[in-house]
Design a protein around this ligand. Structure first.
Ligand SMILES: Cc1cc2nc3c(=O)[nH]c(=O)nc-3n(C[C@H](O)[C@H](O)[C@H](O)COP(=O)(O)O)c2cc1C
Length: 171
């Protein structure tokens, strides 16, 4: 898929088919995250790729809106060091957003659907993923082939109008 098509085709996928993700494709998605830019290139991330069904089902319980994780072919847990102060937490959220989007576009390019899931029960995530005490799970990215319709550029996305969002020179 062309980059512009992938940007227009990505949408949040919450229901997946049983089809597994080829390990080389999963590695490409992880590599897209690894290549993401970060503040001062500090690369604060570790990625835990989960494919075992039992662990995915258990992981989906970290938040009521994390249910798509249970039926995903794979879920990537984005893990950060516990931030020392609010400023570092802001950097983490920005950098992890960029890594997430890079992974989602790489997935879309392969026809693989992706989503975001926040993590509320950090203790459960830490236990299931065997994270060190000084790490927290920032987000989960469930992946898999879409159960509803394949990914294709969306002509009219559910977004605020272009002219409402874009300001030129000044507000
Ligand atoms: C920071 C962030 C957190 C999100 N958390 C969740 C979540 O916990 N569960 C979920 O189903 N979707 C979650 N989403 C997905 C958004 O609801 C979705 O991206 C938005 O409605 C736009 O839809 P689209 O991605 O299909 O364009 C999250 C998105 C972002 C950016």
């Amino acid at each position: 898929m062309e980059t512009w098509d992938a940007i227009r085709a990505r949408r949040n996928i919450r229901a997946f088919t049983e089809r597994p993700i080829d390990p080389a494709d999963l590695d490409r998605i992880l590599e897209a995250g690894r290549r993401a830019p970060s503040s001062t290139n500090w690369q604060p991330w570790d990625f835990v790729a989960v494919t075992e069904r039992q662990r995915l089902v258990a992981l989906s319980k970290v938040f009521e809106w994390a249910r798509p994780v249970a039926g995903s072919a794979a879920t990537i847990a984005l893990v950060a060091p516990t931030p020392a102060d609010p400023r570092r937490r802001d950097w983490i959220m920005y950098d992890f957003g960029q890594a997430t989007m890079a992974m989602m576009l790489a997935a879309t390019d392969l026809g693989i659907g992706s989503g975001h899931s926040a993590v509320i029960d950090q203790a459960l995530a830490r236990r299931l993923l065997e994270l060190p005490e000084d790490r927290w799970c920032v987000y989960l990215v469930p992946l898999g082939y879409p159960a509803d319709r394949p990914l294709a550029p969306i002509a009219r996305p559910n977004r605020r109008p272009f002219d409402d969002v874009v300001h030129r020179e000044v507000w």
